[in-house]
Design a protein around this ligand. Sequence first.
Ligand code: ADP
Ligand code: MG
Length: 280
Amino acid sequence: MESQAQNSEAVIDIRQVSTRFGDHVVHSGIDLEVRRAEIFAVIGGSGSGKSTLLREMILLQRPNEGSIRVLGVDLQSLGDEEALALRQRWGVMFQHGGLFGSLTVMENVGLPLREHTALGDRLIDEIAASKLAMTGLKPEVGAQYPSELSGGMMKRASLARALALDPELLFLDEPTAGLDPDSAAGVDELVLKLRDLFGLTIVMITHDLDLLWQVADRVAVLADGKVQGVGSMSELSRMDKPAIRQFFDGPRGRAAQQQDRLHAGLPESETIGEPSSKPK
Ligand code: ADP
Ligand code: MG
């Protein structure tokens, strides 16, 4: 099964990407490939360039060098029309949800459909309701405002909105950050369900070791501007590089590894601390 994927099949193909902010080098020669229908995670210390890389994948930022292809489209040479079309083929769940406080949950979820389709209000509400159901929210949540939701419900509502246009590709920034263990475990299941039922390709940034062990097919470790390693969590856990070891050594890393081996009942949500990776 491994490594049969050719580049043409890659849903995301990142080649030799370098990014600088002034003198500060964030990425120097990043190569990554995300395959269809895989759950791919990016981990790394605070400031290692995870969010910047995500922003580059969703056209919010451009690298200084290198190329990024998403769904077969080269992001470098993209006109406005093509960019608009491409943006509709992916969904993004931002870390803090990004829901509009002045709109109900239903209106928030329907917003991409109002912006990008000519569908009527009734149909939009029906689609929005089905997306809410898909993420495990009760129909009555649709009439609520974001300020009335718990953290877990907010993540689900934000995910429902990311799914509004039936994307092929989903980006999740810290999908379980700030959630209690039960809600976080619910997100694990939801992510797996979306991939298994709809064949979505999922790219996520996370520090949640449980989420990584339970759902990520492959994980890339970013440090010092480079990809230090890519593999399944158990492959990474056997690598010797210090930049990789720091995620597995220490009490929390060991606890999550142990938990994975034992397949213990309901997982507690362990998180990797963000070791600082300041430039030397
Ligand atoms: P991570 O998500 O891994 O914590 P980021 O991608 O947010 O890291 O940031 C990587 C580095 O780039 C950090 O040192 C950050 O301060 C810097 N950085 C990010 N965005 C900008 C920006 N727009 N201007 C200047 N520096 C930035
Ligand atoms: Mg970040």
